[in-house]
Design a protein around this ligand. Structure first.
Ligand code: PMP
Length: 427
């Protein structure tokens, strides 16, 4: 009775149940942004419609653009061999894997692809999932649980965060690319955890800088955690033959416990993978919800990704050209006074412009000039750190790169001179 009396002295406001989607605060936020942008005359840069395959160039509403918004790093998306193999796979297997591989069975191309992925890292085995996002969610939530700890770089991709959340593990983060800070987190651990997982990215998707794998591997040998590296933007990009971070950093790939990657970027398909030991693959194939209870990778996508890997192995020149282009973009951008943040000049080069409104307007201005580059705005990055992200491909020409940099610098300066941004627009 005492407890009830106490509670009555501090009555809680009744929770009002929301039944309509347009009453959601999320909806109000979206609408405020939309109306604000309309009032300010700023067009929506997202969901632009492309008339055909988009690589180093693209066509929208009949007009050609230099395209810096595709992950087609090695130009495999329009490669005739990839298309031919994909068509053959459709003729042989149809489109869909129909259901989970567990019950609807595998196609030889699934096994071939997983062997090829394992071969890239020189490890025992690989397992493919239907998207890169799902790969992180399914693998992390399968391996980790409430008695475990995940420590991750603060800039890790949303899909890894979703996996950690689903796992119920304790989550700690360390300062971006700061291995000393990671060690200080490891030193202060008070509870006993069943498993500890550290997650980093080979090439960071928002900043284009790279993980210090040798230092992380050294730390792993002392603290005994599992190390997971997301190679989404590193496969086909880093290393002499494009095999990714381990090749670039000169580490033994076996010193990373979990190699994760996507099939949507360098291999221009759709799907994701985990590569590592046979035991890891066996556990995921038997226990990961996103594998067991989800449809298998479409055979046509597996065939396309497999062909992408074949091209990667046979034509290292594509990786060399991509890297040359990334370095050129970075050098020219710095010379033009653009803020490229932490970028090291590989697959992703951000140009940091300040607030979200300015980033959106700059993207629209570049479109007028025949350049497609997309803004990344709050909450994907902190407000004030909004940016345009330029994705580099091996097929960009020197002229396209030089033109993009010159025009970006000019149009950004115009916006800065007009003080165009949140400060000048009343939302
Ligand atoms: N990891 C990283 C680092 C990414 O950037 C992305 C997507 N861009 C993913 C995972 C998810 O991959 P996908 O888009 O193939 O689902």
């Amino acid at each position: 009775r005492n407890r009830t009396a106490r509670m009555n002295r501090h009555p809680q406001p009744p929770v009002r149940q929301v039944t309509r989607f347009d009453e959601l605060p999320e909806y109000q936020r979206v609408m405020t942004q939309k109306i604000g942008a309309q009032m300010a005359g700023i067009g929506n840069p997202f969901y632009r419609s492309h008339d055909k395959a988009a690589g180093a160039t693209t066509v929208m509403s009949g007009r050609e653009f230099a395209n810096f918004a595709s992950y087609d790093y090695l130009a495999t998306n329009t490669d005739p061999l990839v298309n031919q193999r994909a068509k053959e796979a459709i003729d042989r297997f149809g489109i869909s894997a129909s259901a989970s591989r567990l019950v609807a069975g595998e196609r030889p191309v699934h096994v071939e692809l997983e062997h090829a992925l394992a071969k890239v890292y020189g490890v025992d085995a690989a397992v493919c999932f239907v998207s890169g996002y799902l790969t992180n969610v399914a693998a992390i939530s399968c391996l980790m649980g409430p008695q475990d700890l995940v420590i991750h770089d603060e800039f890790i991709h949303n899909s890894a965060l979703a996996g950690i959340k689903q796992s119920g593990a304790t989550r700690r983060l360390f300062k971006h690319n700061d291995v000393e800070n990671l060690e200080s987190v490891l030193k202060t651990l008070s509870s006993d955890f069943r498993r500890i997982l550290v997650i980093v990215e080979g090439v960071y998707s928002m900043d284009g800088d790279i993980a210090d794998l040798p230092a992380l591997v050294e730390l792993r040998s002392r603290y005994g955690f599992w190390l997971m590296v997301d190679e989404a933007h590193a496969l086909g990009v880093l290393g002499e033959t494009g095999r990714g971070s381990f090749e670039h950093c000169g580490i033994d790939p076996h010193d990373v416990d979990i190699w994760m990657g996507t099939l949507s970027k360098t291999t221009s398909s759709c799907g994701g993978y985990i590569a590592g030991s046979q035991a890891l693959a066996d556990v995921l194939k038997a226990e990961a919800g996103g594998f067991v209870y989800s449809v298998g990778l479409a055979p046509v996508l597996a065939a396309a990704a497999l062909t992408g890997l074949e091209i990667l192995a046979k034509e290292p020149d594509r990786t060399a050209r991509l890297r040359r282009n990334g370095a050129l973009f970075l050098r020219l951008a710095k010379a033009a006074g653009l803020d490229t943040g932490l970028a090291t000049g590989y697959s992703v080069v951000p140009v940091i412009v300040g607030d979200s409104v300015r980033a959106v307007q700059l993207s629209n201005d570049l479109l007028e000039e025949g350049i497609n580059a997309l803004p990344i705005i709050h909450p994907a990055v902190p407000e004030g750190m909004a940016r345009l992200r330029f994705f580099i491909t091996c097929n960009h020409t020197d002229e396209q790169i030089a033109h993009a940099v010159t025009v970006t610098a000019k149009r950004l300066k115009d916006l800065q001179d007009r003080n165009f941004g949140l400060g000048s627009i009343d939302f």
